[in-house]
Design a protein around this ligand. Structure first.
Ligand SMILES: *Cc1c(COP(=O)(O)O)cnc(C)c1O
Length: 222
């Protein structure tokens, strides 16, 4: 029992509540995004059966292959795209996802605006910040983030709600979480998506409004 995803998610939720308490945050102020990438419908279903409804996927194609059927079975699913978006996948992403957390360049912002108008459906949007300025990671540079949010609003009419980041591995994430929190204040956005299996409790004192937890719920990815 203790080695099932349905069991582990209860533990993660309890740890989120405890971290909220410790940080003086309101109970329930941090949302859990269960990252189900690489896991199939049979692995996800028991987690849906616990009542969890918010999930993260990093590939449009993979999500399109499993979530439409799961949504038929379970009402109220909210899907977050947490992986890089290619412009040729924008139409599908706008149709499928409720939140796109990885807006990271002008071309994608323009495509999302165009597709949202065409489909009459606008996902909620976060800008991804390459918080550690790592070559291999997606996201806008920290020093460009505030201006990019402004341009998304003014040039493309996009209501950016939040910022998302993935700090460098093997470093203390605290300073990166603090920087994202500062940038969100400057950009005037409410939502902060930060913290994963290894560090979600440390993101909560810095104002995370959602944490993206995969392996600590579903197990090691193959
Ligand atoms: C895979 C992934 C996660 C979850 O990572 P875990 O360490 O398994 O919790 C969170 N955020 C993003 C962007 C991811 O790609």
């Amino acid at each position: 029992m203790s080695d099932t995803a349905a069991f582990r998610i209860q533990d993660i939720k309890a740890r989120i509540r405890a971290a909220e308490d410790e940080a003086g945050r309101a109970p329930g102020s941090v949302e859990l995004v269960a990252v189900s990438k690489t896991f199939d419908a049979d692995a996800i279903r028991p987690v849906l059966q616990t009542g969890q409804r918010v999930f993260g996927e990093n590939r449009v194609q993979e999500a399109a292959g499993k979530w439409p059927a799961l949504r038929q079975e379970f009402a109220g699913v909210e899907l977050h795209l947490i992986g890089p978006l290619q412009s040729n996948k924008t139409a599908e992403a706008v149709a499928l996802f409720d939140v796109i957390e990885t807006v990271d360049r002008e071309k994608i912002a323009r495509e999302i605006a165009k597709e949202s108008a065409r489909q009459g459906r606008t996902p909620r949007l976060y800008v991804q910040v390459d918080i550690g300025e790592e070559e291999q990671k997606a996201g806008v540079a920290p020093r460009e983030a505030v201006d990019f949010v402004r341009r998304c609003r003014e040039e493309f009419g996009l209501a950016i709600e939040g910022l998302m980041c993935i700090p460098p591995v093997d470093e203390h994430p605290g300073p990166y979480f603090a920087l994202l929190q500062k940038l969100a204040g400057e950009a005037g956005v409410e939502k902060l998506s930060m913290g994963m299996s290894g560090d979600f409790e440390r993101a909560i004192p810095f104002g995370a409004t959602s944490v993206r937890v995969g392996s600590a719920i579903f197990g090691t990815r193959g």
